[in-house]
Structure formats: C-alpha cells, structure tokens
Design a protein around this ligand. Structure first.
Ligand SMILES: [Zn+2]
Length: 235
C-alpha cells in the first residue's frame, strides 16, 4: 500500500514536472513575458521630432539609390533597369555633393539588395543630415513621362520644391509636381527626407534620357545644386 502510494506520488510529480516544462517551452512569448508598459506619448512622438521641427542646417547627405540586387525596381514593361540608373545617378550625386563640401553616406554603393528598414536605420543613425532617395518611375501607360518629387513632412516641402524645379529644368518630360507620400523611407526617417523620380523607364523618350550618361550627370548635378541651395538657406 505504502509502496504503491509512493509510486503514485512520484508518477504525479513527474507528470506535473513534464506539464510545467512543456508549458514553459510552448507558451507563446507574449504570455510568458512580463507585460510591457505602453509607450508614453513622448516616446511615440519621437519618430517625427526632427521632421516636425523647422528645417535645420545639415552637413551630411544620406544618398539612397533605389532598389538593387534581386530588386530590379520598376515593372516588367521597363525599357531600362531602374536599379542600375538609380545607382549611377546616386554615385554621381555623391561626387557633386563632396565637391560642394558636404559629407555623404550611401545606403548602397553597388548592385546589392538593401531592405527598406535598413535604409531607414542608416538614415536615422545621422542627425545632422538629410536623406535623398533616387528612383526612376514606371507606368502601365507608356505615354506617362516626366519627373516628380515626393516628401512626407511639411519641413521637407521647400527642399522637395527646389529639387523638383531643378529636375524640370533638366528634362524634356512633364513637370508632375511635388507630392506628399507615405513611403516608408519618407515616413520612418527622422531626418528630412525627399524622394526624386527622375523619369519614366516605361516611356521611350524618358528611357532614352535615362540611358544617356550626360542626362544622368545633369540630373545628379541639379539635385546637388538644390541640396546646396537648401543648406545655404539654413545657415
Ligand atoms: Zn523605384
């Protein structure tokens, strides 16, 4: 009787041990972890602290060549590969900005895939800086052509308008204007950020321009001039 009680007890304690262990292993993290305090209002708003403040002088430009690696950019109908021409303009822009005395940081300097989150974190590692993203456009409608510039926060509007004005002076395509957009690289960057679409690679005339090294150099020079003008206006 005694022996069977002991056996019974040891079986029960083994069962409890197994149950406890399996609960610890298979319990979802959010159930086993301590409840996290909700972010304070202050923490939640830090994302836009820099953008919502008036534009400040800067010494660094984070240059973001769109796409790269497996991400070609654009759509199937593209005449020219977006990732290559975006990188070329970004590298030319880097040279112009350095000549003008600005520091530069590239989110990519070769044909590699960089996630949007990584691009944002590179931007957010710099405080005394702006973020300049270079893209070319695509549309199902081959007649769509021209240049457009995007920003998210009001503090980026003047810089976006300067860039758009200079792009329009360079291209023979349409002035599609400055637009607000919630792209991740614009929304989640804490520094002022602007994204330029330098022509439609689905349009024969714009694609011919993009293929032309002189056009790409001119585009880079005009973006650089707009950035330098912006920097000088804030001094
Ligand atoms: Zn793109």
């Amino acid at each position: 009787m005694k022996a069977s009680l002991v056996r019974c007890f040891s079986r029960a304690s083994k069962l409890i041990l197994v149950l406890t262990l399996s609960l610890a292993i298979f319990a979802p993290a959010e159930l086993s972890a301590q409840p996290k305090p909700l972010p304070s209002k202050r923490n939640r708003s830090t994302r836009l602290v820099h953008k919502s403040a008036p534009a400040r002088p800067f010494s660094t430009v984070v240059i973001d060549a769109g796409h790269g690696g497996v991400d070609q950019g654009g759509i199937r109908q593209n005449i020219v590969s977006e990732k290559n021409v975006a990188l070329d303009v970004a590298q030319r822009l880097e040279k112009f900005l350095r000549k003008a005395g600005l520091r530069t940081v590239m989110t990519r300097s070769d044909d590699r895939f960089v996630t949007l989150d990584r691009r944002v974190s590179i931007a957010n590692a710099h405080h005394d800086a702006i973020f300049m993203s270079i893209h070319f456009n695509s549309a199902r409608w081959a007649r769509a052509r021209g240049v457009e510039t995007f920003h998210f926060a009001p503090s980026e509007a003047t810089l976006a308008h300067r860039i758009q004005r200079n792009l329009v002076a360079t291209t023979t395509g349409d002035d599609r204007g400055v637009k607000r957009a919630r792209f991740r690289v614009l929304r989640q960057t804490k520094i002022r950020a602007v994204l330029a679409e330098c022509g439609f690679l689905t349009n024969p005339q714009d694609a011919a321009l993009a293929r032309n090294a002189r056009y790409r150099a001119k585009i880079a020079q005009q973006i650089s001039r707009a950035i330098v003008e912006d920097r000088n206006s804030l001094r």
